[in-house]
Design a protein around this ligand. Structure first.
Ligand SMILES: Cc1cc2nc3c(=O)[nH]c(=O)nc-3n(C[C@H](O)[C@H](O)[C@H](O)COP(=O)(O)O)c2cc1C
Length: 385
């Protein structure tokens, strides 16, 4: 893949750090742009108190000069404002004795137990600090640099919550370019069923329970020909599914009809073609979600991901105190009731990273001056739908 990125940082540590490498030179990029996207991740009904503490101010440390990318690695920093309250617990320097806010009882559904066994941690705070989805603030910042690149090429990304618990929103997402303007207005990122979804979150909160659901992420204005059927690891569904499965709490990914296609007859599962002007071909539907044979078709790319209900419950699940070996209620850490709206925004960033990388794989170019004319030419040669 042409783009590489890494993140570092603990949830209540000093800061989140990220590096993205492989971005072409000459792309207009500002911290304000990254910040605006990072702010969208913080929205959403059902999030907990942490979002009120953090401002998620994104600083660009390198790779950008006078508003334009240099082609060198872009390093980003987001300070954790909450660190001020955790200074001693999370100190980097050696310390005597046991840290406060030690975690002895693993929360089922989290990395706590597996991480403690794997890394031989006694205090499971050593696990949850990194396993926490706080890390996704940096992934959104990095993904927003990729998004900026795609925007320059005419690709627009949007997302919404398609189901929250049992409340499904089966409506069409409409135009990918205007999707966010509509979804951002809803506290639960729903186009049609905001009220019912918010009520479901309230009910779960009252019961000390949590909520999962389905997010939908769409990319419009797609160029044809990203990915390939020629080798298994060139099929573009692979990195897309991998990126979404890497999002904390996601347990399933589908593209287009996805699992729904399995129960349909072939006559109702595929997209038929019709002739279009200038020797082009028009798709009569988009059941494939914009990918056939591992290659983008030029139609909207539609990805859905299922997120399990959050694993920290205010009415905690049964667990075991690893110090005493006795039954105990799981540790309760400050927690959200529902993170679906945020997960949808993070999904946009993840899809942006994969698509920007695929664009660079296909068209190459060390600068925007090289890349832009190549993409424009490709769109003109009759391959676009
Ligand atoms: C934006 C976002 C916020 C989350 N917030 C919480 C939270 O407050 N409490 C919680 O228990 N899980 C939260 N999660 C989910 C956990 O991170 C996730 O369930 C955990 O990593 C275990 O899931 P896994 O098995 O997929 O790793 C959040 C996930 C995302 C994407």
């Amino acid at each position: 893949m042409a783009l590489r990125f890494l993140t570092a940082g603990e949830s209540h540590g000093v800061a989140l750090v990220g590096i993205i490498e492989g971005m072409p030179a000459g792309l207009a990029l500002t911290a304000e742009y990254l910040q605006a996207q990072a702010a969208r991740r913080k929205l959403g009904f059902g999030r907990g108190g942490r979002q009120k503490i953090e401002t998620d101010e994104v600083r660009i440390l390198s790779g950008v000069r006078r508003g334009f990318t240099l082609g060198s690695p872009i390093a980003l920093l987001i300070e954790n404002r909450d660190f001020a309250n955790w200074r001693d617990v999370m100190r980097v320097e050696p310390a005597r004795g046991e840290a406060r806010r030690r975690v002895d009882v693993p929360r089922p559904g989290h990395a706590d137990l597996g991480g403690a066994l794997k890394y031989r941690h006694q205090d499971m705070r050593d696990v949850l600090e990194r396993a926490s989805a706080r890390e996704t603030a940096m992934r959104v910042a990095l993904g927003s640099a990729a998004r900026r690149l795609l925007e320059g090429l005419g690709v627009a990304l949007g997302s919404r919550v398609a189901a929250l618990g049992p409340v499904a929103d089966d409506s069409d997402y409409g135009d990918a370019k205007t999707l966010n303007a509509r979804a951002d207005r809803s506290p639960v990122r729903s186009l049609r069923r905001s009220r019912e979804m918010a009520a479901f979150i309230d009910g779960a909160r009252g019961a000390g329970d949590t909520v999962g659901g389905v997010i939908e992420v769409v990319a419009g204005g797609m160029p044809t020909g990203l990915g390939s059927y020629a080798q298994w690891d060139r099929r573009i569904e692979g990195p897309i599914a991998s990126a979404f499965m890497s999002l904390n709490g996601v347990k399933g990914v589908e593209i287009g009809l996805g699992f729904g296609a399995a129960g349909r007859p072939g006559s109702k599962a595929h997209d038929e073609y019709a002739p279009a002007p200038a020797g082009r071909v028009r798709f009569l539907s988009n059941r494939s979600g914009g990918i056939d044979g591992g290659i983008t078709t030029g139609q909207d790319l539609v990805v859905r991901a299922a997120m399990k209900p959050l694993a920290t419950l205010m009415r905690p699940l049964r667990s075991v105190d690893l110090r005493t070996g006795k039954s105990a209620s799981a540790h309760v850490e400050r927690s959200d009731v529902c993170a679906l709206p945020s997960a949808a925004v993070i999904g946009e960033a993840l899809l942006a990273l994969v698509l920007a990388s695929a664009v660079l794989d296909k068209f190459g170019g060390d600068s925007m001056d090289e890349l832009l004319p190549r993409v424009r030419q490709w769109r003109k040669t009759g391959t676009s739908i």
